[in-house]
Design a protein around this ligand. Structure first.
Ligand code: NDP
Length: 256
């Protein structure tokens, strides 16, 4: 008898996840892939009510639980509230995806202290607050997956992005330290470093900027949010249980 097995389906069945910035762009694609694979999700968003309601509505078709919480990741109390809510709703927190992020690009001499601080607060401190908030639950369970979204800019640097690349390099350092600290408690901590992905964040680039970026991508095209989501889902699944402290580039060969 032939057994038909669709690879990748249900890899996250019964898992519960907290995803920051989960209603737009890469975060939304991660949320969709997680739901498609059977996970319940708590999606954190900051301001975009329409996107939040639409995403929650769209993802209902997968039959898993989709819940929303509004807040600013730069506020330490938001991470605490989200972790508490997920634990109450789902009874556990299996996965955290630190995805929320912003850019405020300027050349270094024109960058204000607040341009620098805001990006560090949202991208780096926000990820720290969420890790700190979910860690007690994961330690108690003796299992957990933390996936932090870094960037090729945090590895290679990028002109006009000293704030952003510092935040994304910081995320890599934080990933390595947290992986060392939490490994013996059954928790893996990894980072994903996307290259040039088509979302609202990159839509503000000029056609010339997009063209010159695409020219240095080995695969010759910009990535899609689903390209990143597939990598995140892999790191969240049981198949990746012996992988920790890694930075997985999802950049079509841009960093080579
Ligand atoms: P988008 O701009 O499309 O989405 C960003 C998301 O982050 C939104 O959901 C937004 O919520 C949320 N967010 C931003 N700031 C905060 C905050 N202070 N508190 C809570 N939520 C916040 O970006 P992408 O989908 O492109 O990016 C997602 C992640 O991937 C980011 O960390 C980014 O740095 C990273 N990345 C993206 C690349 C790309 O080419 N697109 C390349 C490399 C890394 P809301 O809409 O409610 O404001």
């Amino acid at each position: 008898m032939a057994i038909c097995f669709e690879r990748g389906d249900n890899m996250l069945k019964g898992k519960s996840a907290v995803i920051t910035g989960g209603v737009r762009g890469i975060g939304r694609a991660v949320a969709e892939e997680f739901c498609r694979q059977g996970a319940d999700v708590l999606l954190c968003y900051r301001s975009n009510e329409d996107a939040a309601i639409k995403t929650a509505e769209d993802l209902k078709k997968y039959g898993t639980r989709v819940e929303l919480i509004k807040g600013d990741v730069a506020d330490p109390s938001h991470g605490e509230a989200a972790a508490k809510m997920a634990a109450e709703l789902f009874g556990k927190i299996d996965i955290l995806v630190n995805n929320a992020g912003i850019t405020k690009d300027k050349l270094v001499m024109k960058m204000s202290a607040s341009d620098f601080d805001e990006v560090i607060q949202a991208n780096l401190s926000g990820s720290f607050y969420f890790i700190r908030a979910v860690a007690p639950f994961m330690i108690k369970q003796r299992s957990g997956r933390i996936i932090n979204i870094s960037s090729i800019s945090g590895i290679r640097g990028n002109a006009g992005q000293v704030n952003y690349s510092a935040s994304k390099a910081g995320i890599i350092g934080m990933t390595l330290s947290a992986a060392k600290e939490l490994g013996k408690r059954g928790i893996t901590v990894n980072a994903v470093a996307p290259g040039f992905i088509e979302t609202d964040m990159t839509d503000i680039l000029t056609d010339n900027q997009k063209k010159s970026m695409s020219e240095v991508i080995s695969l010759g095209r910009a990535g899609k949010p689903s390209d990143v989501a597939n990598a995140v889902a892999f790191l969240a699944a049981d198949q990746a249980s012996y992988i920790t402290g890694q930075v997985l580039g999802v950049d079509g060969g841009m960093a080579i």
